[in-house]
Every structure is written in C-alpha cells, then in structure tokens.
Design a protein around this ligand. Structure first.
Ligand code: SAH
Length: 400
C-alpha cells in the first residue's frame, strides 16, 4: 500500500490547476482533471500517488490519484481541503458492496464496485458466485490491491479474488500486476445463475471481466418480449440474451457473433441448461453487418454492438455506423415486432443516441415508436457529476 495517505498537506505532492479551471472544477465536482487543465506539479508526485489538487491561488481544491502519462492527469477521490482519512478506500469498497444488497438482481453475479460510480476511480469488481474479479484501470489501484482484497474478503469471507488485467488500460497507465488469483485459486471460470439460467463465466479469457452484467435487466425485458415469439440476437457474445429469451419461452432464437470462442462458449452455456430445448437455439458465427444483408424477419431483434466511439473525435463516424446498423435492423423486424437498440460508446450521449434512433427509424421507412429507454442495471451506478460514466444507452422500439 502507498504511504501517501495520512500525511499532512504541507509538503506533500500535488498538482496545480490553471487559472480559471479552479472555479469550474469546484462547481462541477467532475471526477477527472485533464492534463490540459494542469499548470504544473508540486513535489514530483510518483505515478499513482494521492496528490492534493491546488488552485492557482494555492488553495486545496481536493485530492486525487496522479497519472503521469494518461490524458487524465488526476482522478479525484474527494473535493474539499480535508485529506481522505486513512482507511477511506476499504470503507468505500464496503459501502459499494452494501449498496448492492439493497437491490434484488435475481442472480449470484453482480458488479460490486463501478469505479467513479462508487467514488473509487480505476476500480471495477464483479462478483461471479464464488469469485470476485477485479479489474484495475490505474497504477494507483494496483498499489492499493492488498487493501482492496482485504475489504472484499471481509464482506465475502472465503471468496476467491481474481485480478483481470485490462490490456487497453495496461498500455495507457503503465500497469504491472499480471492476470491471476490474488486470493484463493481455481481454473479461471465460475458458474453463475441469472433468473435461473446458468452461465459459465470464463473470466480469465473472456471479454472485460467475462460477462456483461450491465445488460441483466435489459435481458429480462427482452426475454419477456420474446415469450412465444422469434428473436434475432445480434452481437450475441456468450449467448446471454438468447438463453434468457429461450428460457422464457421464445420459439426460435438466432444469435450472430463474430468470435468463434464466444460461439463455443454459447454452446457450452446452452448445455448447462438442459431445460432449454436446444432446437430453439441457432448459433451463427458471422459478421452481423453481412448477416443483415439477408436477415429474414424476426419478432424481437437485439442489437448490442461493441463501442463504435471511444473518443470524441470518433463520434461522427460512430453516428453513421449506428444509423446504418439500426436502420437495417428495423427493416428486419416483423410487423408489430420490437427491437432493442444499444450503444455502449461513452462518447455518444443520451440525447445524441435518441437522435440516432430517430434517424434510423426514418431511413427504415417503418412506423417506429419509442417504447422504453434503457440503461445499465442498478449495480452500475453513475456519479451525478460524471456523464461519461453513463456509457450504456438503449431503446426498446416498436415497428409497424
Ligand atoms: N449482448 C452481449 C454482449 C455483446 S458485446 C451480452 O449480453 O452478453 C459485443 C459482441 O459483439 C462481442 O462479443 C464481439 O465479439 C461481437 N462483435 C464485434 N464485432 C462484430 C461483428 N462485426 N459481427 C458480429 N459480432 C461482432
């Protein structure tokens, strides 16, 4: 653990923000301070140190973690003069876990810590039954791994903890901790249950921490809509939407996914659920855009593509991509059917996504109604000041 916590402000490392940025930061309480807002450092902070954030007039605005190379120079952990008290990190981890006990997810898998959304920048922790998978997005969190593991072990005694290295962040943030168990041991997989449907989560090799927990509530809604109907599940990953729909009584579900490994995992997941009739499930390894040239007609279509825009500069291309995809999807909806259209691009905001859906509707030539707006499930809270944290957006639409 870092020794930076607990020292006095005087003489400790810090960063100074440019004149004019202070008031904006204080008012917005945004969790990120971009490099261009910083005029200099004080006391040569090491990577991952807890630093004081000083105004141009030498007032302490708050405290945060320093990154030397990232576009985000400081990720705030608190605003105000008082330095976070020793033990603050463990306390926040426990509080984040406690929040999840107030919701019923009908699953033994849940996101326990959602980074900035739980005021713990750089830390994701997902519980998959007997294992908690931790993803560290900055060096500051790696330096405090022992404290994180001991807080999680306190809340879930005996649970294994697996650290999953995120290669994207590993490059930007000079991460050092390799993938592997930090507490206990195992084969890198867990079996979880979501509304009675079982899934093998391969967190060691799967995408992100292994499973898309954020879509849980939307899968429940899709399953309801698909009862007694047909479904097309585009960008299906390990088949979670498909299996939930089939378990709820969908008559036929076609899933389209480009990754052979994910298709293989989908078949394995189907085998874990002998109550689901396997003849209702069809797994197609293909490019979803190519598939949409001759898609047939389906009562319910789910389109949950990977992010098209990670940065602001990519937004324009992403808008074209989404409109192109969704208008094809809408054309393939059977008369009176529904589509669930998603974007997980952080740089595409809610309002823009609403415009994308409207444009796709117009181009499809169908009469399209917006039925319900969708977002990530309740175990993915977002800090009110952090619009970027609201990455998952969706709409249920109805097409005549
Ligand atoms: N809906 C899924 C998560 C989807 S993640 C769930 O609830 O679990 C997006 C998926 O799209 C990934 O599995 C990725 O491999 C796949 N993918 C990316 N590009 C694709 C393409 N062009 N065609 C089909 N699948 C694609």
């Amino acid at each position: 653990m870092s020794s930076s916590e607990g020292r006095t402000a005087a003489g400790g490392p810090g960063v100074r923000v440019r004149p004019g940025r202070d008031a904006i930061l204080l008012r917005s309480r945004h969790p990120w301070i971009y490099r261009q807002s910083v005029s200099g450092t004080i006391g040569d902070p090491v990577e991952g140190a807890l630093v004081s954030v000083m105004s141009s007039g030498d007032r302490i605005l708050g405290w945060g973690f320093h990154s030397a190379d990232s576009m985000i120079a400081v990720r705030m952990v608190s605003y105000g003069e008082t330095e976070p008290a020793p033990g603050w990190l463990g306390e926040r981890v426990r509080a984040a876990c406690a929040l999840r006990t107030r919701f019923s997810f009908d699953s033994d898998a849940a996101r326990l810590v959602n980074a900035e959304g739980d005021f713990i920048p750089g830390l994701i922790a997902d519980r998959y039954a007997d294992t908690i998978v931790v993803s560290l997005h900055m060096r500051a969190m790696e330096m405090r791994l022992d404290e994180i593991v001991s807080a999680l072990s306190e809340v879930f005694p005996g649970t294994r903890v697996f650290v999953k290295r995120d290669e994207h962040h590993a490059q930007v943030e000079s991460l050092q901790v390799p993938t592997g168990y930090a507490a206990g041991s195992g084969d890198g997989t867990s079996v979880v249950s979501e509304s009675g449907v079982r899934f093998v989560v391969d967190f060691a090799h799967g995408q992100k921490t292994g499973f898309y927990l954020d879509q849980r509530a939307n899968r429940s809604l899709a399953a309801e809509l698909a009862r007694g109907r047909t479904m097309l599940n585009l960008f299906s990953y390990t088949g979670a939407f498909a299996l939930r729909a089939a378990a709820a009584g969908a008559t036929a579900v076609v899933s389209v996914e480009s990754s052979a490994r994910a298709i293989e995992a989908s078949r394995r997941n189907a085998e874990c659920n002998p109550a689901i009739r396997s003849e209702t499930l069809q797994w197609v390894q293909a490019d979803a855009f190519a598939f949409l040239r001759d898609p047939g007609r389906h009562d319910v279509i789910v389109a949950d593509p990977p992010p098209f825009a990670r940065r602001r500069t990519e937004v324009e291309g992403a808008v074209r991509g989404y409109v192109g995809l969704f208008h094809q999807v809408l054309k393939a909806v059977a008369p009176g059917g529904c589509a669930l259209l998603f974007s997980c691009s952080g740089a595409v905001d809610r309002l823009l996504f609403r415009q994308i859906v409207a444009e796709a509707a117009l181009r499809s030539g169908r009469n399209v109604r917006l039925v319900r707006e969708l977002q990530a499930d309740a175990d993915h809270p977002v800090a009110a000041a952090h619009a970027e944290g609201e990455y998952l957006k969706g709409w249920v639409v109805h097409a005549h």
